[in-house]
Design a protein around this ligand. Structure first.
Ligand SMILES: Cc1cc2nc3c(=O)[nH]c(=O)nc-3n(C[C@H](O)[C@H](O)[C@H](O)COP(=O)(O)OP(=O)(O)OC[C@H]3O[C@@H](n4cnc5c(N)ncnc54)[C@H](O)[C@@H]3O)c2cc1C
Length: 503
């Protein structure tokens, strides 16, 4: 089989659909694919999802779009990490920055690992991640992560953006690459005798036919879940949140390049800075608090109890489909699953799914030869992300509500996560544990160390003893000075965004 005249229909024009369209149009340029994105004029997009990981930078580079082109259009800002607040009540650990790790950090990671390793063994060393990473200094000084040419190290960063505007922008780029757009609501899919999708039927009775169908229809999973009946594997027993209430608030004059994630009584809230507003959302479990009370708690937190600013309420389900590529259908985005937004990993999963699919499809000469391998790989990634997110809840030291008690005593965690946590608690090197479980490519050891150390998962202060000179071989003042001097190279976040707008 070759690619000539292969027709692809992408169902859904949310961020997932447009990322898919751009990646396919870029990778399959000049290969004879005809790509059409079909979107209902009546069904909206979810309209949240405004934070990314560094992989979005790679995506923009792949499709040939510069920051100056896309960021001002999408009111985008930079993101060097996430500041977690109030997830821990351990003294000294009420807050920490979870950094995106760049090349300069490689100088100080050995010190962080050394200190946190020995602190777990009871030596009184500084083990809080905030002392070791450049991102923390950048957030403190409200700097942008864009390095000048004469700073010879890569800095890892992601973005915040208006998801509606990003979709519109990506649509223009995709159309420029030859992707067709069709406004129509799909009523259903007809299967052939082999169980493949033969065609889609719109509510106007039109027949839409393709060789390959991408389901990016959002939580409803119109093709993968409804037509092809692929089972959904829920993660609700380890991730309790199923609801969100969302507000926009005014932007402050200066803002740092980070998402803030603050734990609440029944979940957590995000604050995402865009150039024109802040996006705020409270993610909570409806089994522990009802929607009205959650909104009131959130309004009180934001100082909006007397304000008539409008709130949006959302429901979501956590988990994934059993297979992402079935017959001639690939599921991408919320249709394939969702592991709540704590680490803003959903778009990263979209990219990974599409890039790996293109790779598998190409390697199999446009057949499904590598489908099982692909499905296994994407499911493993979902499960690794799930475990990392579950880790945040399981190791919290909060016990102030039944919600937190249920999370911190939850025994329904995966054997993989249990093993990582036991390894840490036993004072072992968790790098070995991650390697053994082949998990090091998802969240690397530095991420796990930051998570566990940042939440203060150490012996209590009164149990610590001084330790030898060798134990104290790294000086925190030297590390701080290194990061301070690196930070001298970066502009203020606000100024860098202005430069982009003016370019
Ligand atoms: C509370 C919350 C917070 C989140 N935060 C983040 C975050 O910070 N970072 C992150 O990466 N992700 C986040 N996400 C996930 C993110 O929102 C989604 O991954 C992203 O928006 C992609 O959504 P989608 O394109 O899959 O679906 P949607 O945006 O729902 O788009 C579905 C599309 O399908 C179309 N459609 C549906 N049915 C039909 C039909 N029958 N016929 C024709 N068209 C149809 C609709 O018109 C629409 O265009 C968050 C999600 C939630 C719920």
């Amino acid at each position: 089989m070759n690619s000539q005249n292969t027709k692809v229909i992408i169902l859904g024009g949310g961020t997932a659909g447009w990322i898919t369209a751009n990646l396919m149009a870029t990778h399959w340029r000049d290969k004879g694919f005809e790509i059409t994105l079909v979107e209902s004029p009546d069904i909206g997009i979810i309209g949240v999802g405004e934070g990314s990981t560094p992989s979005l930078k790679g995506f923009m580079e792949t499709i040939g779009v510069s920051e100056a082109e896309w960021m001002p259009h999408c009111n985008a800002t930079y993101k060097v990490g996430i500041t977690f607040k109030d997830w821990s009540i351990k003294p000294g650990f009420s807050e920490y920055v979870h950094p995106f790790v760049g090349q300069p950090d490689q100088f100080n990671i050995p010190a962080f690992f050394h200190n946190s390793f020995l602190r777990r063994k009871g030596i009184d060393l500084e083990g809080h991640p905030d002392h070791f990473f450049l991102a923390t200094e950048m957030i403190r000084q409200k700097l942008s992560p864009v390095a000048p040419e004469n700073f010879p190290f890569d800095i890892a960063y992601g973005y915040h953006f208006d998801s509606g505007l990003l979709g519109q922008f990506l649509r223009r780029v995709a159309e420029g690459k030859g992707v067709n757009y069709k406004a129509a609501t799909v009523a259903g899919a007809m299967l052939d005798t082999q169980g493949n999708i033969d065609h889609l039927k719109t509510t106007d009775g039109e027949v839409l036919k393709a060789d390959l169908y991408v389901d990016s229809s959002g939580f409803r999973g119109s093709l993968i879940q409804q037509s092809l009946n692929v089972p959904f594997i829920s993660s609700a027993e380890s991730l309790f949140n199923d609801s969100a209430v969302v507000f926009a608030t005014d932007q402050e004059k200066d803002y740092a390049a980070h998402t803030i994630s603050a734990a609440m009584k029944y979940g957590w809230v995000w604050k995402i800075p865009l150039t024109h507003r802040n996006g705020n959302g409270y993610v909570y479990s409806s089994n522990f608090i009802d929607d009205d009370k959650a909104e009131t708690e959130f309004r009180a937190y934001l100082g909006l109890l007397d304000s008539d600013v409008e709130a949006r309420r959302l429901k979501f389900k956590v988990g994934r489909v059993a297979q992402h590529w079935v017959k001639n259908c690939l599921a991408v985005g919320l249709s394939q699953g969702f592991i709540e937004p704590l680490e803003a990993t959903a778009l990263d999963m979209v990219q990974e799914t599409v890039v790996r699919f293109i790779e598998a499809y190409n390697n199999g000469h446009y057949t499904d030869q590598f489908r099982d391998d692909f499905n296994h790989r994407i499911s493993a990634r979902f499960d690794a992300v799930r475990d990392y997110i579950v880790g945040h809840y399981r190791i919290s030291s909060r016990t102030d509500t039944d919600y937190w008690i249920a999370n911190t005593t939850n025994e329904k965690i995966s054997p993989s996560l249990r093993s990582i946590l036991m390894s840490w608690m036993a004072g072992k090197n968790i790098t070995d544990e991650l390697l053994e479980q082949k998990l090091d490519t998802y969240f690397p050891d530095t991420s796990w160390n930051c998570l566990l150390a940042g939440k203060g998962l150490y012996p209590n202060r009164e149990q610590l003893r001084p330790g030898s000179d060798l134990a104290h071989k790294y000086k925190i003042e030297d590390i701080r000075e290194f990061n301070r001097r690196c930070a001298l190279n970066f502009k203020l976040h606000r100024d860098q965004l202005l430069t982009l707008q003016q370019s």
